[in-house]
Design a protein around this ligand. Sequence first.
Ligand SMILES: [Zn+2]
Length: 138
Amino acid sequence: MHTQHAILSGVKSKQISATAHPHLWKKFQACWPALKGSLARVRKPCIRANCPACACGKKHPNYLLAFTQKGQRRCLYVPLRMVPLLKRALANGRRLEQLLYAMGPALLKEYRARNPAQTGPAVALKRASVKKHSAKSE
Ligand SMILES: [Zn+2]
């Protein structure tokens, strides 16, 4: 809520409340934890001597998380037990990105609903439709 308030502090609180779009805010909160990056399954040799899996070329499954940090591509090994959590976080990251794209139009729609345009193409269209209606009823 604090962040949302900070984002909206440049706009008069009368025009857009800090609790704008509680349904979207709930969806944002449901997307935690979230991350951006990609998870790759790789096969790596181990350090054990005479390991049958390595000897036959099967090696050992491992996961790598690739991500960008300060413009640099980075990779980290992921413990197998963390794979389900990271997969969920990646899905949440994609969902969060969609919500961010939806936020701009939602804020503008609310602003316009509270502050109807006095001039511009929307007003011209409204006037034209009012004229049509009144012409039909006459
Ligand atoms: Zn091995």
